[in-house]
Design a protein around this ligand. Structure first.
Ligand code: PBG
Length: 320
């Protein structure tokens, strides 16, 4: 075996999988107002950007060969209410950023999250009634949110809410509104996870969240259930599926990628990013090597690509 590992050229020759800029989706956080990027404390190197800053990020992504940026809004408490009404505002932050990017960088893909958590006063992804997240009423609003986003120019609708039956309803709503070309990348297997903490800081829902999301996001003990989730989303019309978090659920990534032969993506979450950055910041591991190794693991597991906060840095490194 070691003959195949002796030199750099032979290692490159026999390498089975490789990471490309084409595999990367870059999640970016957008905020109101102009001016300089605002750092996210728990995610060193990640910032909340103005709409203008998002356009610059999209240009950078395009130049690096990154095919898609994913947009997430930071929403202050003043724009939040019990029903997440702001999600349906055609001029909300995500819609404005989407329009601005589409205008300036028409050849990059835009992914938008469908879920109410950036807009609800309680930080949940759906509608809360008597202490419970109600399913069908939430789905109705999520469908309208998806149409509003597609209208703004969003190319990929990413339902991350984990309500039952939402993919079918969103597909129907998009088609009916004349957005038959809008893709759906469903968060098919999304686990109730501690690894979303820094993200919730970044979008401003961490301190607001009442309770947890365990009545709709998956239990981390389950793998068979992930297969059922993916099966349903695909039957309902998902074009691509996603597993989230990433590294701690690599078994699920591999299983879904091989079982369904559908483009399967992994989300290297905010918490996974923060872990690597924190350890590297302490000098406990090598940042760049850990970044590339972790991203490449998704490809080896069978993923079509990865959503990662490391995307621009990894793409720049790959271009060298
Ligand atoms: C919202 C959403 C979350 C993430 C993406 N979309 C957080 C959550 O479900 O609470 C997490 C992303 C990350 O941690 O990087 N539905």
């Amino acid at each position: 075996m070691r003959r195949l590992r002796r030199t750099d050229w032979v290692r490159r020759l026999v390498r089975e999988t490789r990471l490309l800029p084409d595999d990367l989706i870059w999640p970016i956080f957008v905020r109101e107002g102009g001016g300089e990027p605002v750092p996210v404390a728990s995610m060193p190197g990640v910032f909340r950007l103005s709409v203008e800053g998002c356009v610059e990020a999209a240009l950078r992504a395009r130049d690096l060969g990154i095919p898609v940026v994913a947009l997430f809004p930071f929403t202050g408490t003043e724009k939040r209410d019990e029903f997440g009404t702001e999600a349906l505002n055609a001029h909300n932050l995500v819609c404005r950023a989407t329009r601005a990017i589409k205008k300036a960088v028409p050849d990059i893909g835009i992914l938008c999250d469908v879920a109410l958590d950036p807009y609800t006063s309680h930080g949940h992804d759906g509608i809360l009634r008597e202490g419970r997240i109600v399913n069908d009423e939430s789905v109705e609003i999520l469908c309208r949110q998806a149409v509003v986003q597609a209208e703004a120019g969003c190319d990929i609708i990413g339902p991350s809410d984990m309500m039952d039956g939402r993919v079918a309803c969103i597909r129907a709503a998009l088609d009916e509104a004349g957005h038959g070309d809008a893709l759906i990348m469903s968060y098919a297997a999304k686990y109730a996870s501690a690894f979303y903490g820094p993200f919730r800081d970044a979008v401003g829902s961490n301190t607001l969240l009442k309770g947890d999301k365990r009545t709709y996001q998956m239990d981390y003990g389950n793998a068979e259930e992930a297969v059922r989730e993916a099966e349903q989303d695909i039957a309902e019309g998902a074009d691509m599926i996603m597993v989230k978090p990433g590294l701690p659920y690599l078994d699920i990534v591999s299983r879904l990628a091989h079982e369904f032969a559908m483009p399967t993506f992994a989300y290297q979450t905010s918490g996974e990013y923060a872990m690597i950055m924190a350890a590297a910041g302490n000098g406990w591991l090598e940042e760049e090597r850990a970044m590339m190794e972790s991203l490449s693991a998704f490809k080896r597991a069978g993923a079509a690509g990865v959503l990662s906060y490391f995307s621009p840095r990894a793409a720049a490194l790959l271009a060298r």
